[in-house]
Design a protein. Structure first.
Length: 267
């Protein structure tokens, strides 16, 4: 780390937060596939489902958020509902939560599911339902997941479903019955862990936004990227490690009136 005026540390910590950037490094293929799926199904008025898998910090939610932002005008003619299943009290709570977003009268149990089915097969704009942390909806008999993934298959359905989860095998494990359906299982899109090179580029791009001297030198970024890619390939973890490094040095600098070189000449 290089010593700099306090503001550059503040800036560095800001850019190292896991916010959605304008462009996602190393995820061009996945972003393109998400965009193509939405155009084909939502704009093409073809109901369907997509299952997005990948370990935490591999960019699933960030990519989809970016694509939804970029395609905002194109998708203006349809309804988009985004639910994080982690925030639901139980797997069954997904139905009343969706009904509330679609402005349907409050109901529970079978009645709520029937009212949603009626709504999603009636005339109207396409409905794009995004379910993040989808693995939270696993339940006894998997009835919740089956119900949701069968909706796009209903005659005259206008639902496009995108589910995001950490587990690669959720569909094989929990939704095996769907494969027997003529329209088949959901389309799959897997996000592999980030490689050392991709993590280095992510960190360089973020820190490149800080004016003045580079805050973290390139060898340090590569060291961090190498360590994180060996363990998890989790970009959030890499951002976190760098942010902590900046905080440590910021405290040291604040504690020293005069910057003494660190022992062993390490920066």
């Amino acid at each position: 780390l290089s010593p700099c005026a306090g503001t550059c540390y503040q800036q560095a910590k800001q850019v190292l937060h896991a916010a959605v950037p304008d462009r996602l490094q190393g995820r061009e293929r996945e972003t393109g596939m998400l965009r193509q799926f939405l155009r084909e199904h939502v704009l093409g008025r073809r109901p369907g489902s997509l299952y997005v898998s990948g370990a935490p910090g591999t960019g699933k939610t960030a990519c989809l958020s970016r694509v939804l932002l970029d395609c905002k005008d194109e998708l203006a003619g349809s309804r988009t509902v985004v639910l994080n299943c982690m925030a639901l009290g139980s797997p069954q709570s997904v139905f009343p939560a969706l009904a509330e977003h679609l402005g349907l009268p409050v109901a529970t149990g079978r009645e709520c599911i029937r009212s949603l089915e009626k709504h999603l097969t009636a005339q109207g704009p396409m409905v794009l339902l995004v379910l993040d942390e989808l693995d939270q909806l696993e339940s006894k008999g998997q009835d919740v997941l089956y119900t949701l993934f069968e909706w796009p298959q209903l005659p005259s359905s206008r639902l496009v479903l995108v589910g995001l989860a950490n587990a690669l095998d959720l569909t094989d494990r929990s939704l095996a019955r769907l494969g027997a359906h003529p329209a088949g299982s959901p389309r799959l899109l897997h996000f592999p862990p980030y490689t050392k090179e991709q993590l280095t580029r992510i960190l360089q791009e973020r820190l490149g936004q800080v004016s003045g001297e580079p805050v973290l030198d390139s060898a340090a970024l590569q060291f961090c990227a190498r360590k994180v890619s060996a363990v998890s390939g989790d970009a959030r973890k890499a951002l976190d490690v760098c942010r902590r490094a900046v905080e440590v040095v910021e405290l040291e600098v604040r504690g020293q009136t005069l910057l003494k070189p660190l022992p062993g000449g390490e920066s």
